[in-house]
Design a protein. Structure first.
Length: 292
């Protein structure tokens, strides 16, 4: 890790624009959406629960910002819903300045979506793959486009089950979530490389253990563990700061990664270009087969 600052590696201060937040109806995503709305952004939140989306819109009305607040209901575990929302966003917002991935859902028991894909792989990785590439055109029209992927960067490549990405054998919720986090590291690498010429900055962020609503399906032992962790976890307002910082002043380099404000070296063996290319090819083939 380097020093907990990147002041010398920042671009110009970002101005209000269009912000899209997946998982923006709860937890860190909701806090970020409300903060940016108060600072003048047009904010689109995407989530599954209609009542939480309506609560966000009500908050916007209270701020006098109803015209800048939008909610799109979607199940981000479904490829069809992801593609529908991406099409809707491209039509409504030719320019998107910031895309933030906050949606996650823990599952102690393996489950598949209605499309037959393992839930964590679909929700925590494939959704972000589709959104990042699908909205690249809108992001490319921004003066300072940035993608913030809240996923927990820095794990070793050995957490990836290359021959069993959907955990059909020996499923464990933490392992599935950890693998998806690493897949997002590699996604960040290919995205940064592909869109760097358009000015895109891709930032991987782990804010640390945070007091949230603990969304997920937990067995009893895992739930007790999570509840114990939350007794010493940081409040959402504190976890939000490193995310807000990279949105306000995106780093100059195409790809960067931060864990609780400390910058990681993205040029180590754990950020392997060959692995990123391998995953990209596997993902493209997977999506092609899933759509056949």
């Amino acid at each position: 890790m380097s020093q907990p600052t990147y002041a010398s590696q920042q671009t110009a201060l970002r101005r209000p624009g269009v912000l899209v937040v997946t998982g923006g109806t709860d937890g860190i995503g909701r806090a970020l959406a409300e903060r940016r709305l108060g600072e003048g952004d047009t904010v689109v939140v995407i989530g599954r629960a209609r009542e939480k989306g309506e609560a966000f819109l009500a908050h916007a009305r209270g701020l006098g910002a109803a015209g800048r607040a939008h909610f799109i209901r979607a199940d981000l575990g479904l490829l069809a819903d992801n593609r529908r929302v991406i099409d809707e966003l491209r039509g409504a917002f030719p320019v998107i300045d910031t895309l933030v991935f906050c949606a996650r859902y823990y599952r102690s028991d393996r489950a598949e979506t209605a499309e037959g894909i393992e839930e964590t792989f679909a929700h925590f990785y494939l959704s972000r793959y589709l959104f990042g590439h699908g909205l690249a055109g809108s992001l490319g029209r921004s003066a300072h486009p940035v993608v913030v992927n809240v996923a927990g960067p820095g794990a070793g490549l050995d957490v990836i089950r290359w021959d069993d990405l959907e955990f059909r054998d020996g499923y464990h919720g933490g392992a599935a979530l950890g693998q998806a986090g690493k897949l997002n590291d590699l996604l960040g690498m290919t995205s940064a490389g592909r869109y760097a010429d358009a000015g895109l900055r891709y930032v991987l962020v782990h804010p640390g253990a945070t007091v949230t609503s603990i969304a997920g399906q937990y067995d009893e032992a895992t739930l007790r563990h999570i509840e114990d962790m939350q007794r010493t976890a940081k409040p959402i307002a504190q976890a939000l700061e490193p995310i807000a910082a990279v949105i306000d002043r995106p780093p100059r380099q195409p790809l960067s990664a931060f864990v609780e404000g400390l910058e990681l070296d993205v040029h180590t063996g754990d950020f392997d270009p060959a692995a990123a290319q391998r995953l990209d090819a596997l993902t493209e083939a997977f999506l092609k087969d899933a759509s056949a």
